[in-house]
Design a protein around this ligand. Structure first.
Ligand code: PFF
Ligand code: NA
Length: 453
């Protein structure tokens, strides 16, 4: 059983962990990234590979993180130290925790910029800044949003402030209380979007695009993108899930909770696709128009539709809620770590961490305007943060997590914590020991450019 003597903080509500972890998982990755990746990699074929990656790699690694978090009861560094101690193996394994904590923080540094776009479009849709009527005008609007460091910086600063305010209030009073209304709110707004998309006239085409199977599109590139996205979308190797797992009460089943969270994340990504593509098709637009899909094509499509103005607001509020429930999870690991190892209060730590976050995020923000030409090593700061975290840190963290749970840590301890049938245990171990390492090594070979895709 878990060492409950150190378990001071736990989720209060029956659904506390599920809502918080689903809130972490469901984010810009689902609504902004998944639809345009699906567009880019040809629809259903990509979806299928993605589902396989979630099931064979994402779910097992997520289970491992929750097991570590709950058994070790603490931030990624502390939890892995405790696991290593119990397993009588080297404390150096906790370096994985350092990397995860850093990874979550670095993701947040560019995530707040994208979340800032979302918030700014909520404001535009309410204040009559949308309804431009043609694509060129929307391109110009998105360009203008990015062009001024003051505007873009203002919006991302607002995201940083809200995030740190919520986290600063604590796990129960801040995180749990807010996900308790934000997640149901998100689901209701998404449901409104789907019903609306259903009557848009493009639903059949949109659904066919997402679900029609064309094996010729199953390229190696699609496979690697799907695998990389599986980590990002489930918030893995970033300290978020592990730290939330540290607050999970001892009697909850980790296996079924994980499956539930992964299922919700996947369903919401598919539903976002089902909400977006019909509207795009009904208005004769290109499904694979990159990141501009959400901030240019979609608002443009709303203009052509009845109640489009209201729906635009619904959509961007939904996007902002998704982003906020994710952003708070990215910094919780760092706060939990500092709370244990310093004398400062959570509130004070949130201010200090918020300032560091703000400074780095401003550098990422400048990648879209004043600093666009500053490309050390061929990438902007924004692109570096994205590249380092999703191409290197997340896969490496996932690999080390799989190795620790599959080969290194005490098997009896893992078994006790997981408490599953021997069949599920066997499947879990097989996925961690063989499937995950092979998949991740392929990502690295690709990242190193060792084969041409
Ligand atoms: N899972 C989030 C998304 O799909 O947008 C992104 C994310 C959240 C990544 C939290 C990492 C993290 F720690
Ligand atoms: Na996600």
């Amino acid at each position: 059983m878990s060492n409950s003597s150190t378990a001071t903080t736990q989720w209060v509500g029956r659904w506390g962990f599920v809502l918080a972890a689903t809130g972490s998982a469901v984010g810009l990755g689902n609504i902004w990234k998944f639809p345009y990746m699906t567009g880019e990699y040809g629809g259903a074929a990509f979806v299928l590979v993605y589902l396989a990656c979630i099931l064979a790699i994402g779910v097992p690694v997520m289970m491992a993180e929750i097991v570590f978090g709950r058994r070790g009861r603490g931030s990624p560094v502390d939890a892995l130290k405790a696991m290593a101690r119990e397993s009588r193996c080297s404390p150096l394994w906790s370096l994985t925790g350092w990397m995860a904590m850093l990874c979550g923080f670095l993701i947040l540094c560019f995530y707040v910029v994208v979340a800032g776009w979302a918030l700014s479009y909520v404001w535009k849709s309410i204040s009559g800044g949308l309804g431009l009527g043609n694509v060129e005008a929307y391109q110009a609007l998105f360009g203008a949003t990015n062009a001024s460091p003051w505007t873009l910086g203002g919006w991302s600063t607002l995201v940083t402030l809200i995030t740190m305010l919520i986290v600063g209030k604590g796990v129960q009073e801040g995180i749990e209380k807010n996900v308790n209304w934000m997640m149901p709110g998100l689901v209701v707004l998404l449901a409104v979007m789907i019903v609306y998309a259903f009557f848009s006239g493009g639903f059949g085409e949109g659904a066919r695009f997402l679900f029609a199977f064309d094996p010729s599109k199953l390229t190696a590139g699609a496979l690697l993108a799907a695998l990389g996205h599986a980590f990002f979308t489930l918030s893995l190797a970033s300290g978020a899930i592990l730290t939330y797992g540290a607050y999970l009460p001892a009697h909850r089943s980790i296996a079924s909770t994980t499956v539930l969270v992964a299922l919700c994340d996947t369903l919401i990504a598919l539903m976002a696709g089902l909400a977006i593509f019909p509207i795009i098709f009904a208005n004769g637009m290109d499904p694979s128009s990159g990141p501009g899909l959400i901030f240019m094509s979609l608002p443009m499509a709303f203009d052509h539709m009845p109640f489009g103005g209201i729906i635009a607001t619904v959509f961007f509020i939904m996007l902002s809620l998704a982003a906020l429930t994710s952003s708070i999870s990215m910094v919780e690991a760092t706060i939990a770590f500092l709370e244990r190892h310093t004398r400062y209060s959570r509130r004070a730590l949130s201010v200090m961490v918020g300032v560091v976050l703000w400074i780095i995020s401003m550098m990422a923000m400048l990648s879209f305007n004043a600093g666009a030409d500053w490309t050390p090593g061929g990438k902007t700061v924004f692109d570096w943060l994205d590249y380092l975290t999703s191409r290197w840190m997340m896969p490496l963290g996932g690999l080390l997590t799989a190795i620790m749970a599959g080969y290194v840590f005490n098997r009896q301890a893992l078994k006790d914590e997981l408490a599953v049938s021997s069949l599920v245990w066997g499947l879990w171990q097989f996925a961690l020991r063989y499937i995950t390492p092979v998949g991740i090594v392929l990502i690295f070979i690709d990242a190193l450019g060792w084969w041409a895709i």
